[in-house]
Ligand binder design. Structure first.
Ligand code: BDP
Length: 606
């Protein structure tokens, strides 16, 4: 069980959540002297930087952009007097990849893992009614003992440089909001919910975790704010008469209000939007509220101009509008859990999310994304001595993700890894531990999967049987037999699909990635690779194959928008497989997808 509550920060009758976003002081620790020189008390220099944002691309100096090591953030926070007597925390939405937090020079938290929230308990250390100095040391190095995996090398001039085993830029810093939180000492810590629909009614099976021994009361309100029903006790069942269900692209959100009471006194109060819906896999179908759905959508990134991987509320809005325009109903949070606001928006807009833990780069290659796409195999990653430590970090991230995201109706599945080396026999115990943990942590027992690269074929993969549905990343027509060999690619793809079919797994398959790099500037008739015409042709070929297999129940194209990667021969200032440009304008393929997806019925092939 996590040592703190990951409930989304809210202001209620009993709680305060103050955002500390804005310009923070900032210093890069070039000489690795910050610890020795006590930067925890005050950092040197006059530079300031926005929070939330990635630090890298603001600067015009390449050495700053490519900095690897410790970076220090600082701000002064007035902790209001009225918080005295409460539990007080600093809450970081994410600090990439590891952070040490100091309050008035004293360490109050250490957290590893760059894409999930953590809390620093400052109840006994804060000076109330006065200014408190918050300093955060963040380290952005990559290694093989934490996810995502990569290497950090030292260059001849002594500078460090990261070598990601993954295909996205190693953006880092305080990329999500920071809050000053206060909650009552006795407080609501967590809640688990699961749903079942019985005819017109629904029942909500709940369990509230509480600090202290006060009584728990729950009240349910409909979308108009009208009272529906209530319940008492830490555990129980709420019957919702005439329940309005949360449906794909037609959401309905109730508000669940949870109170902690002592007699007539209100001790703590928290509320959350909830959507009543069931998720089940039945044979080759993915069922939402008992009805089969075909998933249409994207693999995405948190990536945009100007604040990079930092959360940007405007970009979020634009992305949802584009996804609605194109007829999508789902996305995967490749390759890390996204900002909490995105899940809240998906709840409201009725999108389905495959929530992915940042387990990418678990592959014995410096260019996993490329080698994997070509089918170049490797088979020793899970035999490395670092594996026990990596598994520990992976388990922790999985737990944080599930605890944070389990109450979003939009989250319908967990993706436990992306393109791991599942051809290594030692991968099986590693995967099994994680798959079991996901079920143990999730009251709703959502389906679990991992996104499989092309080596994870029926004959070579040791782990696909653990998946409740199969998620394939396939690049036929791009890394495999591209351009003039596209017909060969189609044949080869069909041959692989026939192999899967022959296994009669009786499970749904989705394509969690497929796509072609495309420069928005390039047009060519007849097409060549990288032209807009080729992206359209290749998608048409792949869709033809998807349509020939009834067990294929979803397609999430790679990628939603162009995004930044590390420098390299294979990338033209980033990955250009976007259906939209990085500025969120459509390439030609967007119109093809819009035509297809707005015409495919939700229960396609069922
Ligand atoms: C897959 C990876 C993804 C890459 C993509 C690509 O899962 O992160 O960006 O290929 O090569 O291997 O475009």
């Amino acid at each position: 069980m996590l040592e703190y509550s990951l409930l989304y920060p809210l202001n209620t009758e009993t709680r305060t959540a103050l955002k500390l976003d804005g310009m923070w002081r900032f210093a890069l620790d070039w000489k690795n002297e910050g610890d020795e020189k006590n930067w925890k008390n005050h950092i040197p220099g006059h530079d300031t930087i926005p929070v939330p944002a990635s630090f890298q691309d603001f600067y015009t100096d390449k050495k700053i952009r490519e900095f690897a090591g410790d970076m220090w953030y600082e701000t002064d926070v007035l902790v209001p007097d009225y918080m005295k007597g409460s539990s007080v925390y600093l809450r970081f939405g994410a600090a990439t990849h590891r952070a040490t937090v100091y309050l008035n020079g004293e360490e109050v938290a250490y957290h590893e893992g760059g894409f999930l929230p953590f809390l620093a308990d400052i109840t006994d250390k804060a000076k109330f009614g006065e200014s408190n100095r918050v300093v955060v040391k963040i380290n952005n190095e990559l290694n093989e003992t934490n996810i995502p995996c990569g290497l950090t090398v030292t260059l001849s001039d002594g500078r460090k440089m990261v070598k990601p085993y993954f295909d996205f830029y190693n953006y880092s810093g305080l990329q999500r909001s920071v809050y000053l939180l206060s909650t009552p000492e006795n407080s609501i810590e967590d809640i688990d919910l699961s749903y079942s629909v019985n005819g017109k009614d629904a029942s909500i099976d709940y369990e509230v975790r509480v600090k202290g021994d006060d009584d728990v009361k729950l009240s349910l309100y409909d979308e108009e704010g009208h009272f529906v029903t209530e319940a008492k006790g830490r555990k129980g069942i709420i019957i919702v008469p005439d329940a309005k269900l949360w449906q794909v692209r037609a959401s309905y959100l109730y508000t669940l209000k949870i109170s902690l009471v002592r007699g007539n006194q209100l001790i703590d109060s928290y509320q959350m939007p909830i959507g009543i819906r069931e998720v089940r896999i039945n044979g080759e179908n993915i069922l939402i509220n008992g009805s089969p759905v075909y998933m249409k959508g994207f693999g995405k990134h948190e990536d945009s101009d100007i604040v990079w991987r930092g959360f940007n509320i405007g970009v979020m809005k634009r992305d949802f509008e584009l996804m609605k325009w194109i007829g999508a109903n789902s996305f995967r949070t490749s390759h890390y859990p996204y900002d909490e606001e995105i899940y809240r928006m998906a709840d409201r807009e009725g999108f389905l999310i495959i929530d992915e833990v940042p387990a990418v780069g678990l592959f014995e290659s410096l260019a996993n994304f490329f080698d994997a796409g070509t089918g170049k195999g490797a088979k020793s990653f899970f035999s490395k001595p670092t594996i026990p430590q990596l598994l520990k970090a992976h388990m922790r991230a999985l737990e944080e993700m599930i605890v944070r995201d389990k109450n979003h109706p939009s989250v319908i599945a967990w993706s436990i890894l992306n393109e791991p080396e599942s051809t290594d026999a030692n991968s099986l115990p590693y995967f099994t531990a994680l798959f079991e943990k996901a079920h143990e942590l999730d009251k709703q027992k959502r389906p679990r999967t991992f996104a499989m690269e092309v080596n994870s074929s029926p004959t070579k993969c040791h782990c696909y049987k653990l998946c409740d549905f199969i998620a394939l990343n396939r690049y036929y027509g791009w890394y495999i037999l591209g351009g003039n060999e596209i017909d060969e690619a189609e044949n080869k793809f069909r041959a692989e699909m026939d192999e899967w079919k022959a296994l009669h797994l009786g499970k749904p398959f989705i394509f969690s990635e497929y796509g072609a790099d495309t420069l928005p500037s390039e047009h060519k008739l007849p097409s060549v690779m990288w032209s807009q015409e080729y992206q359209v042709e290749m998608l048409e070929m792949l869709h033809r194959v998807f349509d020939s297999y009834d067990f294929v129940k979803g397609e999430q194209v790679w990628a939603f928008a162009d995004f930044q990667t590390t420098d390299g021969l294979m990338r033209v200032n980033g990955n250009k497989k976007g259906i939209f440009t990085r500025q969120r304008q459509p390439k030609d393929a967007a119109f093809l997808l819009r035509k297809r997806w707005t015409n495919l019925p939700l229960n396609y092939k069922c």
